[in-house]
Ligand binder design. Sequence first.
Ligand code: SF4
Length: 133
Amino acid sequence: MNWLARLKELEAARSSTPQNLQKDAFVGFVGAGPEPFQEMKYGESIFTTRIVLFMVRDLDKDEAEAMVDRLAVRDQEKDERRVCVECRHLFGTKNRRFCHQWEKTGKIGGPSIPSELTTILQRCAGFEPEVLE
Ligand code: SF4
């Protein structure tokens, strides 16, 4: 292979790396694991990231969008309440939710949380954001 062919191959490989993706389009993603996102810039990115997070946590698209809108109002009003679906200590599926920090909450008697409570704004001593704010 001559140098020109190698250069073209290298350029093609570079143009397909994640560093070349639009930086503001998506700044973090989390699967089921407990690690928080590392960077967050408030704006479109946080909306997108929250929708992805909520959909990963089994909210359907309409539920996820409604939740993102509700949290945007909450943030604007500087309301300090949180929902479990944005907490790094939540795990499980939509029908079987659990909290890693249930002993810190002082509100629940075990790790299991009724699914309907995970989308209600509340104050919780164990809360830590999955999406850095
Ligand atoms: S720590 Fe609190 S906010 Fe987080 S999942 Fe548990 S109960 Fe929900």
